[in-house]
Design a protein around this ligand. Structure first.
Ligand SMILES: [Zn+2]
Length: 256
């Protein structure tokens, strides 16, 4: 099979021109077999290859901790912040607006239906834009490490009522959080990386990632900086949490 010359050599048919192959110079690994399928006037050939995977050695240095939150969308233990971009926020604000408009309209009326359609269209756009953006973020994170450690979403934070604008905002965030986790898990699975979620009850925001002191005052989400009463270190709240998530994950995986 020669992808650069756009040909495949098959038994009986010999050298056949191909198009629409994956953008690879050559197939990785040994070709095991090829299957030809006819759909209408088109012929498809799928080639099964056996690929030798480089064995990954999982060590502490190859791990990264990830904190997901409202203030900063994603913070990693190597101190990188990935924010919710402005173009997504714009969709979210418009959705909030339409949701409010909808709540003032009579259910079933023409205007109600019209707004509802606009709202659905916006949700669809948000979904697509978010998917693309999250894949970019996840790719960036995954390029760095082989072990991805995150938290499970807390059930309490997931529960919220519909309709009021605050809840709409929260719902959108929750969907975002779930999408980030799903994308990470999915991509890890396909690239033989480890995806690990630490226990829901681990107080990642309350512990000092430097000395291990536990500060209950940090339960207050409004406190944005961890100022350790024991060792004196000052760290941004979510960054401190990401370092704790990494440590706890390594401990649970018996790598620390
Ligand atoms: Zn400390």
């Amino acid at each position: 099979m020669d992808l650069q010359e756009k040909h495949i050599t098959l038994p009986i048919l010999k050298r056949v021109k191909i198009r629409g192959y994956r953008s690879l110079d050559k197939l990785p690994g040994k070709i095991l077999n090829a299957t030809i399928k006819q759909v209408g006037y088109k012929y498809y050939v799928s080639v099964c290859v056996e690929e030798e995977k480089e064995e990954v050695i999982y060590t502490e240095q190859r791990a990264i901790g990830i904190d997901i939150g409202i203030k900063h969308m994603v913070v990693t233990s190597d101190k990188t912040y990935y924010e919710n971009p402005e173009f997504l926020k714009k969709y979210e604000r418009r959705i909030q607006g339409y949701q409010q408009e909808l709540s003032r309209k009579e259910k079933g009326s023409k205007n109600y239906e019209k707004t509802l359609r606009k709202l659905e269209e916006l949700y669809r756009k948000l979904k697509n834009a978010r998917k693309k953006y999250l894949e970019e973020v996840v790719s960036k994170i995954m390029k760095k490490k082989e072990i991805i450690i995150t938290e499970k979403l807390k059930v309490k934070e997931m529960l919220c009522k519909n309709n009021n604008p605050k809840s709409v905002r929260k719902n959108i965030s929750n969907v975002m959080f779930q999408k980030i986790l799903q994308t990470l898990e999915y991509k890890c699975k396909w690239s033989s990386k480890i995806f690990h979620q630490i226990s829901t009850y681990y107080p990642s925001s309350q512990i000092c990632s430097e000395c291990g002191y536990k500060d209950l005052a940090m339960k207050d989400y409004g406190i944005r900086k961890y100022e350790c009463p024991a060792c004196g270190i000052q760290l941004e709240r979510d960054y401190n949490a990401s370092r704790n998530i990494l440590e706890e994950g390594l401990r649970e995986l018996s790598l620390a």
